[in-house]
Ligand binder design. Structure first.
Ligand SMILES: [Zn+2]
Length: 537
């Protein structure tokens, strides 16, 4: 998710990377020695939620595999939440606290290959979301009938804002049990499948059988009603379940018809939904929405577009519910393929912003899709590079959305074979199935399978804020052209049109000349390539 309303975005996105980072940034954002030696295997998060007191308490059992010898383990939990105690095999352990990071001193000798567990007991008044999901935490809201309507959201901020865990994206837990004690009369919906309900304590046990990233884990408590359907997908029958507020049931039954439409389009483009075992869910929440794995949260007010607005300005954006399409698109790019470091967040948002136009392509055709993605260029700022600084938990420019999408749209032109392009997108989801990745792995895969060295293209669009300028002069039947505003070695081929005929030029940073038939005063760059152009008279 992490979308910000465009106008707000323009005002806040002025920071540069020249900022100073603190020890806390490094403890949070890097793979510290106290994280590196153990591999997450299983969490059992067991938590009671008290909306009246805005208070939560419980424990997280962390099972891990010892990769190499070490006796100190880093666990993250952000104040004002507090760790009450940590145990291993029933014995209480000493914990040294350093801000958000807590260093547990293990007594039992940690032998390579062993699976061990610690249990972290904790409680507190978690940070309240200011403007969920961007400035997240707990949203303590009420529905129209005055009943509690509670949800968590914490991308960027980190899951450690409300529960203790290894709060770095590189290591995903392999499976997870989420037990949530909700107020009487209300239901909790979390990730995965509902295993059982303890009626006397009103505790809901949800089990996730696939690797899940920390920020995807969520609690949603409300007066929910359920409906669902069986979807006949690429991997068989997929359970699609919907949890909405009681009053919204009839509206949702009509509106959520976009969900199976989404599934059909995205399985076509990206391959099978990556979490059949855990089902797919849409869960209504009191904020806009977020890509929580297998429980995509929904708060778009049952409107088409983005709260009724078309982000592309072309009309195509009002053909679908933006939150259903975008957030569910993240099941492939964010939840299946997950960044190791938030600096590479374009792998989530660039591909998912791009998925919006592939949805349009599937139902309305290629030209409509091109209109849509090109329409979103109006929101690109080119304020700073898309890729952020590494190891400090800092993301890059918000341009990761639409510039990312337009980079991918441009690469589709370079590949110039839509079926091959589709197989690359599906191949990414196969090759990096349930993995955490770096942008280099994604870039390398695309170059290898496109059989085009795209390294300079990626460097230009992801690692600088400069948009290539195609400069040209016309002399009779000859065009003279070059790129400016480009990195050394940038040589992306470019399609131009003269009198309705397409030509591929191969501009570089140096002037070139080429004879072309037709009236060269009509020359224009194909709109699908994201470059600027300037005619030099
Ligand atoms: Zn998103």
């Amino acid at each position: 998710m992490k979308r910000i309303l465009i106008l707000t975005m323009m005002m806040v996105a002025t920071a540069t990377y020249a900022q100073q980072f603190t020890e806390q940034d490094s403890l949070r954002g890097s793979i510290t020695p106290e994280r590196e030696w153990w591999d997450l295997n299983y969490y059992h998060l067991d938590v009671a939620v008290d909306p009246d007191k805005k208070f939560i308490s419980g424990s997280n059992t962390i099972r891990y595999k010892v990769l190499k010898k070490n006796q100190v383990m880093q666990v993250d939990l952000q104040p004002p939440m507090t760790i009450e105690k940590v145990t291993q095999d029933g014995q209480e352990l000493q914990v040294a606290h350093n801000g958000n990071a807590h260093f547990v001193h293990l007594k039992k000798i940690q032998k390579k290959g062993d699976f061990n567990e610690i249990k972290v007991y904790y409680s507190g008044h978690p940070k309240e979301a200011v403007r969920a999901p961007w400035d997240g935490g707990f949203s303590w809201k009420k529905d129209n009938k005055g009943k509690d309507f509670v949800a968590t959201s914490n991308q960027g901020l980190g899951a450690s804002v409300w529960w203790p865990n290894k709060d770095h994206m590189y290591d995903e837990v392999d499976s997870m049990l989420i037990s949530v004690k909700a107020p009487k009369g209300l239901m909790d919906v979390s990730n995965g499948r509902l295993r059982k309900v303890d009626k006397d304590t009103n505790t809901y046990h949800w089990f996730v059988s696939n690797p899940i990233n920390n920020y995807g884990v969520n609690i949603n408590i409300g007066d929910y009603v359920h409906f669902g359907e069986k979807y006949n997908g690429e991997k068989g029958i997929l359970d699609m379940d919907y949890y909405v507020l009681r009053d919204n049931l009839e509206k949702a039954k009509e509106h959520f018809k976009d969900a199976p439409k989404m599934m059909k389009a995205f399985e076509h483009w990206f391959g099978p939904y990556p979490f059949y075992e855990d089902s797919f869910k849409l869960v209504e929440v009191p904020y806009l929405g977020m890509e929580h794995q297998s429980s995509v949260t929904y708060g778009n007010q049952y409107m088409k577009g983005y709260l009724g607005r078309d982000l592309s300005g072309t009309g195509w954006g009002l053909k679908f519910d933006f939150i259903i399409i975008h957030e569910a698109g993240h099941e492939w790019f964010a939840n299946n393929i997950t960044y190791k470091d938030v600096a590479d967040m374009w792998v989530h948002e660039g591909f998912t912003a791009y998925s919006e136009n592939l949805f349009v392509d599937f139902y309305y055709g290629k030209e409509a899709a091109a209109d849509y993605v090109i329409g979103t260029r109006a929101s690109i700022q080119n304020d700073k590079p898309i890729i952020g600084p590494y190891n400090v938990n800092v993301e890059g420019s918000k341009d990761m959305y639409y510039k990312g999408a337009n980079l991918l749209h441009t690469i589709r032109q370079l590949v110039n074979d839509d079926e091959k392009w589709r197989q690359i997108l599906r191949g990414l989801n196969r090759e990096f199935y349930h993995q955490t990745v770096t942008t280099d792995q994604i870039e390398g895969y695309i170059s290898r399978h496109a059989k085009i060295d795209l390294s300079k293209v990626f460097d230009q669009y992801l690692r600088t804020a400069k948009i290539p300028m195609f400069e040209y002069e016309v002399d009779g039947n000859e065009v003279k052209y070059r790129y400016t505003n480009v990195i050394a070695g940038f040589n992306m081929p470019l399609k131009v049109w003269v009198d309705g005929t397409a030509h591929i030029l191969k501009p570089t940073g140096k002037w070139k000349k080429q004879k072309l038939d037709g009236d060269l005063s009509t020359l224009e760059v194909d709109r699908n390539y994201y470059v600027d152009q300037q005619f030099l008279p």
